[in-house]
Design a protein around this ligand. Structure first.
Ligand code: AMP
Length: 191
């Protein structure tokens, strides 16, 4: 699905990006590409890329932009046809946003930022048990969000593509809100 519209789902670790994407994918028939899942899959399968990125992912640092772009385009190109694709956790830096715009000009229809108070993030993450959920990696991931991803959100805002959504609402309410936003965007793009 090389030419399909893209919807970016962004937010700090624990903001519910994966949960929202799964729900929205089901509701709207959009495909869902998660760079974090793709990277963990490479690590688990012990591929060359997996061995290359393991230390970055497990310590909570962002993998190099070039690798993130490669993995997301690879996954996008092998998705079945769908009206749009949800990009979960990509782009995460301005450089990734620029690379995406260069490779898929005008493809991003909307970037949705899930806004969740820090105390909620920490509480949610304490309930998970991923290799990068230990406290040092967690601090690193929250810092990466502030330092690298916030400027990327500003980059989308400057292009009129950013919408912020309260990710601390019960799942159904915020998913419905996001779904309405996205349904409107898609209807407009079909007209
Ligand atoms: P996530 O599952 O989205 O929380 O991502 C888990 C980890 O994968 C992150 O902490 C990074 O190490 C890596 N990662 C995921 N997406 C990206 C990206 N777009 N750019 C760089 N690193 C990423």
């Amino acid at each position: 699905m090389a030419g399909s519209p893209l919807v970016v789902i962004a937010g700090p670790p624990g903001s519910g990006k994966g949960t929202q994407c799964a729900r929205l994918g089901e509701q709207l028939g959009f495909s869902h590409v998660s760079t974090g899942d793709a990277l963990r899959d490479e690590i688990e399968r012990g591929t060359r890329m997996g061995r290359h990125v393991r230390a970055w992912v497990n310590s909570g640092r962002l993998v190099p932009d070039r690798v993130a772009v490669e993995v997301v385009l690879d996954r996008l190109d092998t998705q079945p046809e769908a009206p749009a694709a949800l990009l979960d956790g990509f782009p995460r830096t301005v450089a990734q946003g620029e690379a995406l715009e260069h490779l898929r000009p005008g493809a991003v229809e909307l970037a949705i930022a899930l806004v969740v108070p820090r105390a909620t993030l920490v509480r949610r993450l304490a309930l998970r048990n991923r290799d990068d959920d230990h406290s040092r990696a967690l601090g690193c991931r929250l810092a990466a969000f502030e330092q690298e991803t916030r400027p990327m959100l500003a980059w989308f805002a400057a292009r009129g593509l950013l919408v912020e959504v309260d990710g601390d609402q019960p799942d159904a309410a915020s998913a419905a809100l996001v779904a309405r936003l996205m349904a409107g965007i898609c209807a407009a793009s079909e007209a």
